[in-house]
Design a protein around this ligand. Sequence first.
Ligand SMILES: [Zn+2]
Length: 344
Amino acid sequence: MNFPLPHELRALTPNIHAWLPDGHATWGLANCVLVTGRRGTDGPATALLVDTPYTAGMTRHLQDLVAGLPGAPVVRTVVNTHGNGDHSYGNGLFPGAEIIATEANGEHLCAEPEPAVLAGLVAAADPATVLGAYMKRHFARYGDFGVTSPTHPTRTFSGELDLDVGGSAVRLIEVGPAHTAGDLIVHLPEEGVVCAGDVVFHEDHPVHWAGPLESVHRACERILACGPRIVVPGHGLVMTPQEVRVYADYLLDLREAIHRGHAAGRPLPVLAAELIAADPHPRWGLTERMAILAAVEYRALDGAQDRADLVALVGFAAGFAARESAEESTPESGEPAGSVTAGG
Ligand SMILES: [Zn+2]
């Protein structure tokens, strides 16, 4: 692993610890949250882990940190907020734990590449192509992930599910389709904490595979309706509810701009370029993801019924990233480099 990982878990409350990799402008460095039982026991404390890391190595690193906490908590339950690999490839390193996700998450898992397939794609990617260079840049650091096939949930639900983790109340709330077909958020009502999964990103432009943006916005409203003090996004630092509100408003503005473009008959690549040029949050990373948001929204507006090709969507975004970096390196030339390689 050629990137820094957190060397400690951050205590959000005495029984909630967050693993927050510094993942600004990266793909794959997702947050995990450990909820430990509040009830005292003679033996090790019972714990629930929200999401597992992308690679086996990262997961073992997290497990070492958990084992070092007072009471050496044992993870008996894993919750996957959704089915993207950066939140679930580590599932298999918790043998015997119950793994919970929504029933609808199964729909997304059909489209999610298995670790061995993704590792093969990255290894075989041609860095001379726009998509290949982007894949190498963002995913080669994870090597072969240390796992070949995913470990799927052992228990699913729809709607809401209340759990008792050694005396700590945990409520799972289905909010998908939003980021994917089967998202859930984790509400810890006694502590005022919500784990938002990838419904919310902090200071990176979001990517949403299922959408449409109206649904993602509704999921943000559900988070805020929990009245949290702290929101842990899927990636980036913990947030205040006010920051989630700014993010939710941004999604609505973006939705309006995309719908306007669609109604005016603007071709998708043209609209995506315009959105990126008018980026209202230039400090946020991965601006090119706005192209994916536009492509997914266009699919919804066009009534697309087939399953979205996630790799093609990344390829579409990669064209804009190549253009941006070329403009940064040659500010005088106004010639965009790279080309759009795939449509949504
Ligand atoms: Zn993620």
